[in-house]
Design a protein around this ligand. Structure first.
Ligand code: HPA
Length: 246
């Protein structure tokens, strides 16, 4: 059994180099995960993989059953999760094609199933979320990037938006004033649910485009997809070093 899971986002619905052993649909009290969990071997290590948006990339960010996804991973014995996510770059040093291992989150999402603590409670439960990502896992990813010769920004605040539309330029300006360096649609409630389940969780963000208003003109979706596929190659190199180490 593998204790490490990779959740793949846009641009990573399958993992190159993953030798698939089996797939299993894991039922949960929260409904169906985005798809069957894939058990496999990546560079000689056991890992499990789950495509956040489904293996055909059909589930939009606000419809992902985050509760079921994380519950399923916990259920099968996963302890550590590396979440890969496409983002827009807000910080001047986070242009298209760059990678970041964020260390903070601001949540702008709404109306998503965002907690396990809402039914049949014997008492109200709160979890500490001061540092939303596992420092140990982040450290492992940053060191792995150095070994792989992949440039990553070690830190940054991830602003999670509702989607599926991209943001307005004014929304991005506000997010920048708030202190966001990156903008994505899936970082929450995923990170918080991982914390509620006691799972170690860190994210590897791949910048697909300048966030709205940060470059001339509209965001070009074809360009975004092309940048993302180059970025995912870097992620694969990073994971090759990271998986055995973490
Ligand atoms: N905004 C939100 N999510 C994203 C973006 C963006 O600009 N690019 C990729 N995912």
């Amino acid at each position: 059994m593998s204790e490490i899971a990779i959740i793949g986002g846009t641009g990573l619905t399958s993992l190159n180099g993953l030798q698939i052993k089996r797939k299993r649909m894991v039922p949960t009290p929260w409904g169906e995960p985005s798809g069957p969990v894939t058990y496999g071997e990546l560079f000689g290590n056991q890992v499990v993989f789950l495509a956040r948006h489904g293996y055909q990339h059909t589930i939009p960010p606000h419809k992902v059953n985050y509760r079921a996804n994380l519950w399923a991973l916990k259920q099968i014995g996963v302890e550590k999760i590396v979440a890969v996510a496409a983002v827009g770059g807000i910080h001047p040093e986070l242009g298209p094609g760059s990678l970041a291992i964020p260390d903070q989150i601001i949540d702008y999402t709404w109306s998503r199933g965002h907690t396990y603590f809402e039914h049949d409670l014997t008492s109200v439960t709160h979890v500490d979320f001061t540092h939303p990502y596992s420092e140990t896992l982040r450290d492992g990813l940053i060191r792995a990037a150095q070994r792989a010769g992949v440039v990553v920004r070690a830190g940054g605040t991830y602003g999670a938006t509702q989607g599926p539309r991209l943001e307005t330029a004014a929304e991005i300006e506000r997010m920048e004033r708030d202190g966001c360096d990156l903008v994505g649609m899936t970082g929450m409630p995923e990170a918080a649910l991982a914390r509620e389940l006691g799972l170690q969780y860190a994210a590897c963000a791949v910048v697909a485009n300048w966030a709205a208003g940060k470059a001339m003109g509209a965001i070009d979706m074809d360009q975004l997809a092309e940048t993302l596929s180059g970025g995912m190659e870097q992620v694969r190199r990073l994971l090759e070093q990271a998986i055995p180490a973490i």
